[in-house]
Design a protein around this ligand. Structure first.
Ligand code: 13P
Length: 251
């Protein structure tokens, strides 16, 4: 069965000391209870080795926000999937719209990243989503289907390890959340594409998270949709209380 998941994406925020403080705070807020969903925090690379031992691994998984599309070698400044895994991190966000737009990550590069993540035992949190112009032109389904090619190239066994996140670019950091209906429509479309490519079972078992201005006040309504299995949280993941408020939407 698919899991409900709330994952934080810290993006390029928090110094090491601030990140350690935030991870400790999230850990403490969850200390007295078992959250009703899986909880993941994805941090900048340099935080990983410090954050992993700070959190209770039975409640909080830790992930990176990216990894290289090459295994190892002369790629100055890159961080490999093996390096991420060696910190004890279990997840990696791949294909975030900010990586696609600002760092020109293509479907082919992301196919490589997904393969390397899986080969190193990491669970990819694979992001898809259209920009405003594409939605206004009615092309959102086409765009998302094309982006999904990086994970639909996988064997069914490997695909079953992937978490998907639908993040409409126009909703990221804008305060403009997709309506629950818009989220549900796209999540159902994505599940249909997976069912068509693999089968109903594989599609049913895939967790599809929503991301884009998700906060404690709208999380419950978004997560109530049958095909929305949780959230990938940016801004609201930077405040422990807000992040906890979103986790509590599953209570
Ligand atoms: P916000 O929650 O800040 O809109 O960011 C969403 C996001 O991009 C998570 O990956």
């Amino acid at each position: 069965m698919r899991k409900n998941i709330v994952a934080g994406n810290w993006k390029m925020n928090k110094t090491l000391q601030e990140g350690i403080a935030l991870a400790k705070e999230v850990n403490e807020l969850l200390a007295g209870e078992q959250p009703a969903c899986d909880v993941i925090i994805c941090t900048p690379f340099i935080h990983l080795a410090s954050v992993v031992p700070l959190v209770d691994p039975t409640k909080i998984g830790v992930g990176a926000e990216n990894c290289a599309d090459k295994e190892s070698g002369a790629y100055t400044g890159e961080v490999s999937a093996a390096m991420v895994a060696s910190t004890g991190a279990k997840y990696v966000i791949l294909g975030h719209s900010e990586r696609r737009a600002y760092y020109h990550e293509t479907v082919d590069m992301l196919t490589e990243k997904v393969k390397l993540a899986l080969a190193n035992g990491l669970t990819p949190i694979f992001c898809v989503g259209e920009v405003l112009q594409e939605r206004e032109a009615g092309k959102q389904n086409e765009v998302v289907a094309t982006q999904l090619a990086s994970v639909l190239a996988l064997s069914p066994a490997d695909f079953s390890k992937v978490i998907l996140a639908y993040e409409p670019v126009w909703a990221i950091g804008t305060g403009k959340t997709a309506t629950p209906q818009q989220a549900q429509e796209m999540h159902a479309f994505i599940r249909g594409v997976i069912a068509g490519y693999y089968d109903e079972d594989v599609a049913d078992n895939c967790s599809i998270l929503y991301g884009g201005s998700c906060k404690p006040s709208n999380a419950r309504e978004l997560f109530a949709n049958p095909d929305v299995d949780g959230g990938l949280i940016g801004g609201a993941a930077l405040k422990a209380a807000d992040f906890k408020g979103i986790i509590d939407a599953f209570k």
